[in-house]
Design a protein around this ligand. Structure first.
Ligand code: PLP
Ligand code: SF4
Length: 358
């Protein structure tokens, strides 16, 4: 611990005093770097820790070969031991189903490649552009639409971002920059700050939006230092988190969301509609209620992108529409997410059930 890189490098934030300091007698909470380092990275450990039979191990290992397992302890702690159908486990456990080739399910399901206007920079929609900050994530969601994205080709360090910065500077119609990935909060505060400082200098950029699952799966990433960094810039910060099930939003995760909201940042949630995980009125309703009780607004419910290896998660659109209609009868308007799907070449995410505006 003494020679943990972030501290050895003299990271000024690592030893800064925290608000809400725990009483002296309790061991210090792990830093987010430590939580990341201790995440579970193989199917055997995942099954053992939940007291599950290893009969699934052979196919899990094969699927993990294509897209490895990654599950932080905080997320594991919210799963029910002994339940192979646990909705949190199902999001992260590799299954043999992933190896099936299904017609219509492809590697680049959302045609990212066609909208790449500079290394690491995607522009699909008016007024906003998206930076692929890193390929790394703290959790590997088996349905992920970017599970095959060629991250290795994207910039890493600030100088590598210069072509993207130039493209953002040249296009005065862009008012919002989205940081995405992978998970953009996997990069250190130092690198985030460098980038924010750089973006702030582009006069027509007004808003900085972060799309991250870390507040859900690695809640100790939401440090005071991060909140200070994001709320100190000239840009209006927005946070879009990604939770799919109400049981994700408990304990340390609920605390992290509360802290985001209290920092003054507009905080939204996006979910993916997933078979066997959240495809019921009761689950989606509870998810929305937990979010809005914390002040987080449900933003999107995404129809699954048809990426190879995720076909077993798909819910048909008619079912999705009937779920949304039921939610509309039971929740305040702001508690019902927009049910959308991504259509390659379309000018916005498309509401499901409405003819494409292409
Ligand atoms: C989804 C997405 C956005 C964000 O769309 P909103 O409707 O503004 O949330 C922006 N850029 C790209 C490339 C996207 O895929
Ligand atoms: S956190 Fe997001 S980008 Fe990372 S694996 Fe999950 S869905 Fe994909």
């Amino acid at each position: 611990m003494a020679n943990w890189p972030a501290r050895a490098a003299g990271n000024p934030t690592a030893s800064a005093p925290r608000r809400n300091v725990p009483p002296q007698c309790e061991p210090p909470l792990p830093s987010w770097h430590e939580s990341l380092a201790s995440a579970i990275r193989n199917p055997a450990t995942l099954l053992q820790r939940l007291y599950l039979s290893t009969s699934l191990l052979e196919s899990a290992d094969l699927a993990a070969h294509q897209f490895p397992v990654m599950v932080p302890e905080s997320y594991l702690a919210r799963m029910r031991p002994g339940d192979i159908n646990d909705p949190l486990l199902r999001q992260v456990l590799p299954l043999g189903d992933e190896l099936l080739e299904t017609p219509g399910f492809v590697r680049d399901a959302v045609d990212d490649e066609a909208s790449r206007i500079a290394p690491g920079l995607l522009k699909k929609y008016a007024g906003r552009a998206l930076m692929i900050l890193t390929g790394a994530c703290a959790v590997h969601c088996r349905y992920c639409f970017r599970r095959h994205y060629p991250y290795a080709n994207e910039p890493r360090r600030l100088p590598d971002w210069e072509p993207a910065i130039q493209a953002l500077t040249a296009d005065t119609t862009i008012h919002e920059v989205l940081l995405s990935g992978g998970d953009p909060l996997m990069v250190t505060d130092l690198r985030l700050k460098e980038l924010c400082d750089r973006l702030e200098q582009i006069p027509h950029i007004q808003r900085l939006r972060i799309h991250s699952r870390l507040p859900i799966v690695l809640p100790n990433r939401v440090t005071d230092e991060l909140l200070d960094l994001l709320t100190a810039t000239r840009l209006t910060p927005l946070m879009v988190v990604h939770a799919n099930h109400p049981r994700e939003i408990t304990g340390d995760c609920a605390d992290a969301l509360r802290r985001l909201v209290r920092s003054g940042m507009t905080t939204l949630n996006q979910s993916v509609l997933l078979r066997g995980i959240n495809d019921s009125v009761d689950t989606l309703k509870k998810l929305s209620e937990r979010l809005i009780n914390l002040g987080v607004i449900p933003y999107y419910l995404h129809q699954l992108d048809r990426v190879q290896g995720a076909a077993h998660f798909e819910v048909d659109e008619a079912t999705g529409l009937s779920l949304i209609e039921a939610l509309q009868r039971q929740l305040p308007g702001y508690g019902v997410p927009q049910y959308v799907r991504e259509v390659a070449g379309a000018p916005a995410k498309q509401p499901v059930g409405i003819e494409s505006t292409l």
